[in-house]
Design a protein around this ligand. Sequence first.
Ligand SMILES: C[S@@+](CC[C@H](N)C(=O)[O-])C[C@H]1O[C@@H](n2cnc3c(N)ncnc32)[C@H](O)[C@@H]1O
Length: 187
Amino acid sequence: MSMAHRLDVRPGHKVLDVGTGSGYSAGLFARRFGDENVTSVDMDPYLVEAARTRLAEFGRTPRVAAVDATGELPEPEYDRIMATVSVRPVPASWLRALRPGGRLVTTIAHTALLITAEMGPDGVARAEDGSAPPVHQGGPRRLRDDLERVRGKWEENGRFPLHTLRAELTAEGGALLSPDGPWVFTV
Ligand SMILES: C[S@@+](CC[C@H](N)C(=O)[O-])C[C@H]1O[C@@H](n2cnc3c(N)ncnc32)[C@H](O)[C@@H]1O
């Protein structure tokens, strides 16, 4: 839900939901913004068929396609892309398909980063705030709190400021940039 909230879909936007899975996120978008505005893709044909059937039982008929989203997409342009599968690099096809002013919300594989990037008129999608997804903790030892303390130490020492980094993503490749520029991390 946090990802969908970040996506900030407006009426009339064309939405690409990457990772159909159960069909839940596609169903939410389709109900709120109209079946005709929603495309959902998953590389697993069985999941796609099951989700299509499940959604139809609720009267929802977004476009659902069995596609490996790291390759070409079913349609050439979208206003919003939300990926509930993490990627690295961000596929070039997504960056080509995102309209200027469009927004991409994705996690970056092998990191804990959730990126919200806006496509500029120059073909570069920029994220000003790579933040960590919310973590629900339980049990006697709050491991997330321990990690946050370690991160705090790093930040005090000017290293790995992961919560305030910037990102620049293009169809040719992407990079995570620290705010003051001493390091660049290719994605
Ligand atoms: C966390 S689940 C998605 C959850 C889904 N949004 C929901 O509401 O149930 C991730 C999905 O991404 C799919 N997936 C993984 N790699 C993919 C790829 N390269 N292209 C398309 N789908 C992919 C998996 O098959 C899996 O169903």
